[in-house]
Design a protein around this ligand. Sequence first.
Ligand SMILES: Nc1nc2c(c(=O)[nH]1)N[C@H]1C(S)=C(S)[C@@H](COP(=O)(O)O)O[C@H]1N2
Ligand SMILES: [Mo]
Length: 410
Amino acid sequence: MDSKRPNRRGFLKGGAALAGLAAGGARVAKGQIQGTPAKKIDELIAYGERSRFVTSVRMPVAERHSPDEFGLTFHVLTPLQDSVGIITPSSLFYTATHRGAFVPDINPREHRFMIHGMVDRPLEFTMDELKRLPYVSRMHFIECLGNRARPTHKTVQETHGLTSCAEWTGVPLSLLLKEAGVQNSASWIVAEGAEEVKGASSIPLAKAMDDCIVCYAQNGEPLRPQQGFPLRLMVPGFEGIYQIKYLRRIKVVDRYYMTYDDYGHINPDPKVAALTHQIGPKSVITFPSGGHQLSGPGFYEVSGLAWSGAGAIRGVEISFDGGTSWKQADLRTPAYPMAHTRFGYHWNWDGKECTLLSRCTDELGTVQPTRADIAKYWNQPLDKVRIQGADNAAQPWRVASDGSVHNGLS
Ligand SMILES: Nc1nc2c(c(=O)[nH]1)N[C@H]1C(S)=C(S)[C@@H](COP(=O)(O)O)O[C@H]1N2
Ligand SMILES: [Mo]
């Protein structure tokens, strides 16, 4: 499935230049990789590149012009329509950068990470010191609160591309906090990134002591700069804004702090806020999805992703009639807690127009709502549903009788 799209305002210029280079390398010497210019061979051996026939790329969100007039890119979407399995390749991981817009160029040898505030022993670590400590590797998704489907969106990249999943490696935050000696009256932490605006997020101490990870690696290699190199906080299942990149400081405190980043995100009442941190349950069919073309009636494997901020995915159902009836799908991967889980369903398309949706249930038994459920709950007309907070509504894809697939919201 080819997700190549017009190069809007020179976005991904580098990729286009590279493609030109490969096309120019017509002379093939013995032992060379066919079609690859000689000077690229060493690079291919030292650090592998994907085939030049694979063209799936990220794209900026339409609602926020990127690059803007200052050349800055804010939100970049993962091409979920091409996804398989549950690991998002690091080079296709979605990116949300709004605290300085430039990706900081941090020398890991100079980077320091500090834990202070209401602790008995304030601690400061170099990257080498952190890497000497016991570590864990876990699969977790991240999703931005801005991940919401609109009728104008054509593809699943546009409707759902602000979520990705990776294997994260780092030191459990609880280990570091115990080492620092958290004082009895502490109840929150404030985690801060290294950018100039010093954006930060307040996280309940109970979550910090539970499953948070101070990460230095993603998918088996150091974090990519856009994902927070050299250090980021992983707060499993919480909304994207808590996954602090370029992590340099955690302050242990006794109250929620309204910081630069929290504005518009969570409720200043800590009791309400605590209930709005978690994402999902949410799922989406990635094949067939908007922009795909079925070649005719017959067998297709419906495939998609499900995730929940509350734990593991227990089951996924698929509807082929716009949400009237539901069939149980199969999970195709292990269902890790707070991770994307791949589901599948054997489908024989009869060639008639139909609307596909998926909905999931997480380990707490919470079922993902359809738009109809949300409209009923808020007593709103179905065609004018306004989704408050995170959008975890089931996504409809309409398959037309010519096999073309469209956003069911338009
Ligand atoms: N330091 C820092 N951390 C940050 C951000 C940022 O701009 N700066 N963006 C946040 C937001 S809004 C999201 S959704 C996630 C995105 O993580 P990603 O870019 O690795 O996908 O990082 C969060 N952590
Ligand atoms: Mo975000």
